[in-house]
Ligand binder design. Sequence first.
Ligand code: NDP
Length: 451
Amino acid sequence: MPVIASFTLEEFLMEIAARNPGQPEFLQAVHEAAKPIHELVATEPKYREYEIMRRLAEPDRIVSFRVCWEDDTGRVRVNRGWRVQMNNAIGPYKGGIRFHRNVNESVLKFLAFEQTLKNSLTGLPMGGGKGGADFDPHGRSEREVMRFCQAFMTELYPHIGEDTDVPAGDIGVGEREIGFMFGQWKRITRRHTGVLTGKGLEYGGSRIRAEATGYGCVFFMQHMLAHHGRELAGRTCAVSGAGNVAQYCVEKLIQLGARVVTMSDSDGFIHVPAGITPEQLAWIKMLKNERRGRIAECAAQFSGVVYAAGRRAWDVPCELAFPCATQNELGAGDAARLAANGCLAVAEGANMPCAPEAVAAFRAGGVLFGPGKAANAGGVAVSGLEMSQNSAHLSWSGEELQELLVGIMHGIHARCVEYGAGKEGPVDYVRGANLAGFVKVAEAMLAYGVV
Ligand code: NDP
């Protein structure tokens, strides 16, 4: 007779904390998902019999490696790299690579855990993974970044493949870095297949991939508002970050008639009371993607732009907020201020940018809240479409892909509503996203038995 264990949520969380000491980001991500999932698991003995919850919180495997490279002065540098292969129940591991000085195993496990549920929520056949290195690209020359990417890939390549694990970009890894890594993978393996996504259009990349996360986040916000009888056009929006996600979030908001009054980087934020114009956004893209400069430079370049050093954007009154920079960039105080200033809704463009206390404050203040695993899933969804195009040796048009992205974000919203709508009140998108993501992965895991 199989043993069907029962455990309380608190027992589960204590056990996970004891198994993962010194990993606060990972514990935070598991905590957020565990409450709704535990409620479901309590009513479904099959999930308890097969220990789906415990298995989901334990990576399939983690590889870590030394990355040695030479800087421009000839000095040997040593970094640490990782790939967390979290869960491949519904498809090959899929998730980005992050280069940032704060990268460690906890951060990558949190991202890989989120990614597993997010990828499931897209409806596409992708498992969850994440990788990266504690390499800080700021201030590094292009050749240094190239040598680092090549050294990183030399260690990573045995662990990835178009049907096993397909990495992509994330913080500090854009099209340039993907190009360097794909070039090295191709040199080592002598193959040209879709082993990475986020590639340049000339060598197997997908149209709309660069835009997908930011655009998708805005589409998700539109759905949240429409479902609760509101519109996006004409709204005042605060966006944080100035990287890939933030740039295209701002672009789509402007296209849809919203007024975006902030953007930021890790040094501070710009306030543009009249709203960022398309010309200003084009300059910011050039600044960040080509010159690799600081957001502060906008204030000297344009009149009507105020720069606030060392501060975050959340004091600025807005109706919609889009945190698009990094984890835990929006705390309880920020959330309370946003709610007090009349914020209606928040969609997370970044992964876990809102601290748990901030999410609670939004809930208490009646602010609609779209968690990252739903709101920013457009990026990985188009990565999935890049994989499909690569394996079919085809290239779809921008219009076709944007239509697919619109449909996927619609589907994600619908699944969140299916699992997150209560009898009354606003939809609980945290509950909806976690449960909808969980059920598909859990059913696949049940099909395999104990493996
Ligand atoms: P980029 O590297 O392109 O941009 C990151 C932005 O966030 C930069 O403006 C950066 O400023 C800022 N930032 C980074 N770290 C910090 C920090 N500690 N404090 C304040 N600001 C910071 O990354 P992406 O735009 O690709 O990613 C942003 C977020 O979106 C991440 O959470 C990522 O995981 C998530 N995401 C990305 C997807 C994608 O398709 N790219 C898909 C889904 C989620 P600075 O230049 O000063 O470092």
